[in-house]
Design a protein around this ligand. Sequence first.
Ligand code: SF4
Length: 461
Amino acid sequence: MTCIKEAAACARHIKRMMWTYRPELLARPVPRYTSYPTAAEFTPSVGTPELEAALDAIELDSDVSLYVHIPYCQEICWYCACNTGKANKAHRLHAYLEALEQEIYRIAERVKDKARIRRIAFGGGSPNAIAAGDFVRLLQTLIVAFNAVDPVISLELDPRGFDDRWATVMAVLDIERVSLGVQTFAPHVQAAIGRIQPYEDISRTVDYLRAAGVRSVNFDLMYGLPHQSQADLDDAIDKSIALGADRIALFGYAHVPSIVPRQRRIDAADLPDQPTRFDMAAQGYDRFTAAGYYAVGFDHFAKPDDALAIAARNGTLRRNFQGFTEDQADILIGLGATAISSFPGALIQNEKNAGVYRTRLSEGQLPAALGILRSDADRAHGRVIETLLCQGQADLAPVGGGAAYRADLLSFIAAGLAELEGDALRLTSAALPYARTIAALFDPYRSLAPTGARGRFSNAV
Ligand code: SF4
């Protein structure tokens, strides 16, 4: 008799047969395409004047989303590539929040009478690195300054700093969505990435969130971590399902210590090899879909009744700086150091350094520092890349048609990963791990980029 575990292993094997490992097609580092053009193309020639012009050009009754960046964490994880620092100095946090408040009012002055704020998302860093009371004041400031009526509020949370005060905040402020940094449940892997986080901390946080009425809880998980085995990943998947995560984002760890110095504490020799990473990505796909989750894009999963799964099913899934999203707003205003604003005609990033960010605001300026103006060609290529990643298909007519890209696509078509009929490109079900690589074929900046610029990206799996 075949036991359940054997049957599950067999099902996994069948799925992995669908995901054939082709290292030659995955060798090229590619962006994650949370924007197009990517941040690698930003230059200092676009900054505050362009931001002001983009804000002034927002039309009456436009749907706008806000993203607020808190660049601090209680503890810094060794693998983390985010722009974040240790929240160990109260005066520094307060100075940052004061500057953030100034930025909020300056931006709101320009847009509050014409923008309808549909969503407010907090990320970082860890928004719960600040005190719960400070977070309440920050959200109130945003709501009052932008005249935001009933926005969907979401935030990223670090379970390590989550306590009953924060649980009260969740309940009182009617926070709808939370993303928890989980990564792995395996203690030996947690030790190897500098993120000690007992299972009990995570399960207690989930209990708090459910009791507070949070309707959608995402778990961020990772594969490809030091000393992480496939059994460790199975354990993370089992526990995530048992804890009832509504959404899962399963990311591959990108080891780029030349760009992220804190990753030097991780020994490359302890990392799973590339074929194992591929198997881990397939394992995640297999296990979550077998458990009833809907595969969203190339690395997200959601319960079938979650808004993200619904968007994926009905063809309205989008991609923005927070990853895959059901948010349909074409304008996202980023607030805080490092935050990026996205407008149809421009992408503009704030100062990354929190000290410089504060200084710019104290001098009466908006803190924009880098960006790019989006040309019509950028928008056309961006649409192809976004629809390929979100819907698995794209109309190539706006970027010169299928014939223009046939040579680049040939190896993917020959491998059964893509089909091209006229100008219509479709990715097959076996193409998920290759989706970013195929999307990168439609990114002219990648073929023009110097080798150094390519080094900031990672392998697609
Ligand atoms: S808690 Fe999150 S943002 Fe902070 S260092 Fe760890 S991974 Fe990075």
